[in-house]
Design a protein around this ligand. Structure first.
Ligand code: ADP
Ligand code: ZN
Ligand code: ZN
Length: 744
């Protein structure tokens, strides 16, 4: 017997299977991981297939050294997925196979934890007799009673009631009443399940309607849906019912949510409804926890998986359903190699494994909605909130007028008044400071002044990683970052890593009595950072929550009646063709946090451009209005979904080398277009330029942008570009990116 093995090394020269002989006493099946000799080393590898014969000569073939797990770590369906992903993204199979197992498994970095477990071996009259025979030992009698349910019990659990029980347990084992064994014990993150959250509501008629549409295709194992449901329309309950139905059919389900939405709140809720049969996968788990959750899924103990992007590869054996909540989120795009879009992977998994796909959002991505309108997905609509709660009232405030009126605060008069009133009424406020990580304002910590553009009267932005310059997004004006505050002369002028700190400071200064919780990447580090902040807001310790995009999604706080957006312009003028889409999504999502309880919500959006159609559409909560305008703009400007965006990106510590390399690439592309006239039909090449992040980690960056029209040769062309990026360019790194999640 011979095994064809992909060795776990990512290099083009070894991107094919190697043949090893299988020792007679070893049993192997495809997907299993093995240790194999490779050159002078021992490497991990994946068995791709097995054969009785080989063309290679006997003496050249070495035997497989060892088996890493006694089960295939990669399921057959996921093996097929890995193969097709390797093919479509032009990368070695070893690279896509790595996606299918938790990274901790590679290199033997996690170990199976064994614990001592006790179990009763007798029952009925024998148990009665055993209890009597323990005569004077209360401890052993108690232990027998604790085990009398017949279940396995961890000795460490028994020790909570009977201190140091091991000696007594050994005695009981000698007498043949119980058995003790060392067993694999799986860590369960999140601890005990809170059954208070297990409340099951009656479905609304809208929820009922949606289920009636989807359930038949769920039983047939087919269907691709895009569920457009306004915030608060009760989509989660629909997912839960779909998952329950999937379980009834003996199959499993994967629920994908953005990493950011994997709040303890959401996780608790799912665990309450699905108990032990659910598993959670997200990046805050420890390596051991993640490995254990993965194994509970692989063994079939957990059939419902809730997780972030990479959970799309969860080893659910009989897959019946994949749900992608907040379908529009960019976090579904992986920017690490191998790049993938979890939505495409889910689609491919569902059709391969005969499962139903449900993508949902209050603000579907323009591309998905376009596909649904073309009939590629079935469109489902939930236009109303649960319990006929009204959507919040949204007001746009013109910040230019505030300045004219002499208001220099970051809060407009309308927002100040609303905060005051909301807090006085004992209700809660959420404030969004939607800066993007790489941008920030420069402001003075002493007096709160921000540095403004002399032409436009808007704050200048500071590009982290760029030169020490401030930029105006409106007119292109640039100037050096001042060392003294132009207003008060203080030296405490600097860019804020998170504008949220400034909002917090100003709240404390202007509104005595507010108790502010702040949530951004600074405050949520640490495993429970998220949970603590949210809890202080939920229990009312704090009445104002300030945060970045983190607070915009998925949170459900019934006492929040006011939502304020400090600066809508930040996302609107972000240099990306998706800036309007992102702005609409963000504003709609954050508005959706208001008025989820009995009282209606109010939203105040501050902007320097209140006439902007995107802002007007989000104030009306008019997704279709936004969509129609945006799709037209993209049709004319040839942006996705009408084209795919791609780029060749050069990074080098040597600025002049970066320029040289991009010029070389440009020539090569011209040459390619010359020799393949058919490529010219599908390629729109733009001129070489510097991306928004002109420097990153000390490297100068240049890019060559493409818009690619879908056609017969599009894939071939991108393969050629990808190959071009892999040629050696000494002193520079070259990347080919196809529909990247950001183009900064
Ligand atoms: P979405 O995800 O669509 O924004 P949620 O699923 O968070 O909305 O639901 C909004 C609120 O409505 C939640 O507080 C949820 O508990 C509640 N809810 C959902 N379905 C029902 C129902 N059938 N009856 C009563 N309350 C419901
Ligand atoms: Zn300007
Ligand atoms: Zn100052």
């Amino acid at each position: 017997m011979y095994a064809n093995v992909i060795v776990d090394i990512i290099h083009e020269n070894v991107a094919h299977t190697f043949t090893y002989s299988v020792p007679p006493d070893m049993e192997l099946s495809p997907g299993q991981r093995v240790l194999v000799p490779f050159g002078h080393q021992t490497k991990e590898g994946y068995v791709i297939d097995l054969s009785q014969e080989t063309d290679l000569s006997e003496e050249k073939i070495k035997p497989v050294k060892d088996v890493l797990e006694d089960y295939p770590a990669v399921l057959p369906s996921l093996m097929e997925l890995a193969k097709s992903m390797a093919q479509s993204s032009h990368c070695p199979l070893a690279e896509t196979l790595r996606l299918m197992i938790p990274s901790e498994m590679r290199g033997g970095r996690v170990h199976v934890k064994l614990q001592t477990v006790a179990r009763l071996c007798i029952s009925g009259a024998d148990l009665e007799e055993a209890l009597l025979r323990q005569g004077r030992s209360q401890r052993r009698r108690l232990l027998l009673l604790m085990l009398s349910d017949g279940d396995k019990h961890l000795v460490s659990d028994l020790a909570l009631d009977v201190r140091q029980p091991l000696a007594d347990l050994r005695k009981l084992e000698e007498e043949g009443y119980i058995s003790l064994s060392r067993e694999e014990f799986l860590r369960q993150p999140g601890g005990k399940i809170d059954s208070r959250r297990a409340f099951v509501p009656d479905l609304t008629s809208l929820q009922q309607e949606i289920l009636e549409q989807v359930l038949p295709s769920l039983s047939r194992g087919e269907g691709k849906y895009l569920l457009h449901g306004v915030t608060g329309s009760g989509k989660t309950e629909v997912f839960i019912r779909l998952v329950q139905e999937t379980l009834k059919q003996g199959r499993g389900a994967v629920i994908l949510v953005p990493e950011i939405a994997l709040t303890p709140q959401m996780v608790d809720w799912f665990r309450a409804r699905f108990g032990e049969c659910s598993a959670v996968l997200h990046s805050r788990l420890s390596a051991g926890e993640r490995f254990d959750e993965w194994r509970r899924i692989r063994r079939g103990d957990a059939k419902v998986v809730i997780g972030a992007r990479s959970a799309v590869f969860a080893p659910v054996e009989k897959l019946g359903l994949i749900v992608i909540d907040e379908e529009h989120e960019t976090s579904y795009l992986s920017d690490r190699h191998p790049r993938y879009d979890a939505r495409d992977v889910a689609l491919s998994r569902c059709s391969r494994e005969h499962a139903t796909l449900v993508m949902a959002s209050a603000t579907p991505s323009v591309t998905s909605f376009y596909r649904a309108k073309k009939g590629e997905y079935t469109l489902l609509d939930m236009p109303e909130r649960v319990g006929n709660r009204p959507l919040p009232q949204v007001q746009l405030v013109d910040m230019r007028k505030e300045l004219e009126a002499g208001n220099r605060s970051i809060f407009s008069r309308a927002l100040s008044a609303a905060i005051r009133q909301t807090v006085r009424q004992g209700e809660q406020v959420m404030l969004l400071m939607n800066h993007r990580g790489y941008y920030s304002f420069v402001s003075c910590r002493a007096c709160g002044t921000t540095v403004k553009c002399p032409n436009c009267d808007v704050s200048l932005t500071y590009h982290v990683g760029g030169q020490n310059l401030l930029h105006c997004h409106y007119c292109g004006h640039t100037e050096a970052v001042p060392t003294l505050c132009p207003e008060c002369g203080s030296q405490k002028i600097r860019h804020f890593g998170a504008g949220t700190q400034q909002v917090e400071a100003e709240l404390n200064r202007s509104f005595p009595g507010v108790r502010v919780a702040r949530m951004d990447t600074d405050t949520t580090s640490g495993k429970e950072g998220h949970a603590k902040i949210l809890e202080s807001f939920r229990d009312g310790t704090c009445n104002v929550l300030v945060g970045t995009q983190m607070i915009a999604k998925g949170l459900d706080f019934p006492k929040v009646t006011l939502v304020g957006v400090i600066a809508a312009d930040m996302t609107l003028h972000f240099p990306d063709y998706r800036a309007r889409e992102r702005t609409f999504q963000l504003l709609t999502q954050v508005s959706g946090r208001a008025g989820r309880g009995d009282k209606p919500g109010e939203v105040i959006i501050q902007t320097y451009r209140p006439e902007e159609p995107v802002l007007l559409a989000s104030a009306r909560q008019d997704y279709r209005g936004f969509f129609e305008e945006e799709i037209e703009r993209r049709r004319i400007a040839l942006y996705p979904p009408f084209t795919a965006m791609a780029r060749l990106l050069v990074e080098s510590q040597d600025a002049s080398l970066a320029v040289k390399v991009i010029e070389v690439l440009h020539q090569k592309v011209d040459q390619l277009l010359h020799t393949h006239p058919e490529y010219r039909e599908i390629c729109l090449l733009m001129h070489e330029e510097q991306p928004t992040m002109t420097m990153l980690r000390g490297k100068t960056r240049y890019q060559l942008l493409f818009k690619l029209i879908a056609g017969d040769v599009t894939e071939l062309f991108s393969r050629d570009l990808s190959d071009m990026s892999r040629e050696p360019y000494p002193g520079a790194d070259v990347y080919f990116e196809y529909n990247p999640s950001t183009m900064m």
